[in-house]
Design a protein around this ligand. Sequence first.
Ligand code: ADP
Ligand code: UDP
Length: 246
Amino acid sequence: MEKGELLYEGKAKKVFATDDPELLIVSYKDDATAFNGRKRGTIRGKGVINNRMSNLLMRLLAERGIPTHFVEELSERETLVRKVSIVPLEVIVRNRSAGSFAARYGVPEGIVFAAPTIEFSYKNDALGDPLLNDSHALALGLATASELDTIRIYALEINAILTGIWKSCGVTLVDFKLEFGRLPDGSIVLADEISPDTCRLWDSATGEKLDKDRFRRDLGGVEEAYQEIMRRLEAQLQAGKKDQQS
Ligand code: ADP
Ligand code: UDP
């Protein structure tokens, strides 16, 4: 697959055209940003880890019936994906209080919810990704009612699957952000990435943060945390494969 023109450079990835109009190449960078771009830095090796982790998780989700944009891992940092028209919503699922939820409602981090919560924000950097509800999304024409229903069903199913995978790695999936897109036939698929940049992942035993909060909050050991969380996932998947063979 030929890498074509650079179509877009975002905060964490570059997106390239290919010779197939329905396919794109995404290239993962080591650049890290937080607080809507006000904090910037580099996390050495992050692009390699996020590329590999996102692809592993999307493959597992696809096996469980979730349609995704993933096509093929091309290299350490590059993946071929189906081109979608991104639904401009950040879909956030939470199992425990943390981050902006804890701040907004004045509660400590780590409260375990009886049931997961789901919220949308408008994917718009200039506005700081404001929170919105279904009627706002409909009023702004960001998605149809039936697309919102589909997105909600997929997001909660993805949460159930990912929570189980991370639990088997000794990790609590606290919250995460998803993006969905439309294929040319109008169907909704999971797009973008699932990685320590977009999830909060806490060691189940110690509560240690193994995600981008180490960068956001200057906790140190950022690179090591990304390596550790990747190591745990790969070890668990290897163990799973051995179980299947025996
Ligand atoms: P940001 O745009 O927030 O800085 P990134 O650096 O991760 O984020 O850039 C990747 C961009 O590619 C995002 O805007 C994301 O919505 C978009 N994207 C992800 N997957 C696809 C896809 N399959 N087709 C088209 N665009 C995609
Ligand atoms: N998140 C993300 N991109 C964003 C905003 C949030 O990937 O632009 C992820 C974040 O990593 C966390 C979850 O979504 O896992 C919930 O984030 P929250 O709303 O608490 O915001 P934050 O504290 O990151 O500002």
